[in-house]
Ligand binder design. Structure first.
Ligand code: BGC
Length: 263
């Protein structure tokens, strides 16, 4: 395929990226816009960071819109999808379920609230967004793609993070199951599983050279990943270049899942 076509591989696609103000969501929004997509930059917290992503996209000649919504609430999700369809003149045909949170609590100290918050954002959110996305596309009889941002912890158990691992393990089978359901409607569903990436969720690691060296020892590639390296995988999975890929997870982790602890 010609380079020019590849460069604009998401031309005029209508994308919604959740949790798009920072980290992987931010890098993904910028990347999708660079290859031609119109992007709804969803966020939950303060406006400033999301507005900055939108400004960057617009400055580069792209189309973007910031929409505040808590994706774990059904009403917010309905408003998010309505705002997107209004702004871009039709239902979104690309959904990146990126929003996610984590907190460290060993099981013996894990409160129901902590468990619930993580499951709400990391798993209920993708469910609500995927359902809204698929309903609109099926009604319009149009094809599309969902890319879920999972984690190496859909495979690797992680002490202190049972709630997070449960959410990502759940996401793995959610991806496979809805991929089967939505294939007849020409909607592909995939996951990207990042390893340790330099984003705000990992600020503690980034700031502590000893902890960071510990983690980097577990990564065959020897370093943390950059948000742009995840964004590149998401853009590919979202594009027609990945037209025969559905129901599966692409690990983008510098080899972290290859059990480097065993020597
Ligand atoms: C987590 C990071 C962690 C990485 C590797 C990710 O899913 O969000 O905090 O560093 O997995 O363990």
């Amino acid at each position: 395929m010609a380079g020019g076509t590849l460069r604009m591989m998401l031309q005029d696609r209508r994308a919604i990226v959740t949790g798009a103000a920072t980290g992987i969501g931010r890098a993904t929004s910028l990347r999708l816009a660079r290859v031609g997509a119109h992007v709804v930059v969803n966020y939950r917290g303060s406006d400033a960071e999301a507005d900055d992503v939108v400004a960057q996209i617009r400055d580069a000649g792209g189309q973007a819109l910031a929409v505040q919504a808590d994706i774990s609430r059904e009403g917010d999700v309905a408003e998010l999808f309505a705002a997107s369809a209004d702004a871009f003149g039709g239902p979104a045909d690309l959904l990146v379920n990126n929003a996610g949170i984590e907190s460290r609590h060993p099981l013996l100290e894990l409160e129901l609230d902590d468990w619930q918050q993580v499951l709400d954002v990391n798993l209920t959110g993708p469910f609500l967004c995927s359902r809204a996305f698929a309903r609109a596309l099926v009604a319009a009889d149009a094809p599309g793609a969902i890319v879920n941002v999972s984690s190496v912890h859909e495979e690797i158990p992680w002490p202190g993070f049972a709630h997070y691992c449960a959410s990502k393990g759940g996401m793995k089978l959610f991806t496979g199951t809805i991929a089967r359901e939505l294939a007849p409607h020409r909607i592909r569903v995939t996951s990207v599983a990042p390893g340790a990436i330099r984003t705000p969720i990992n600020q503690e690691l980034i700031d502590d050279p000893d902890k960071r060296a510990d983690v980097e020892r577990q990564i065959p590639w020897g370093r943390m990943g950059e948000p742009e390296e995840i964004a590149a995988a998401i853009a590919w999975l979202a594009s027609d270049e990945a037209s025969y890929v559905t129901g599966t997870t692409l690990f983008v982790d510098g080899g972290m899942t290859q059990y480097p602890g065993v020597t």
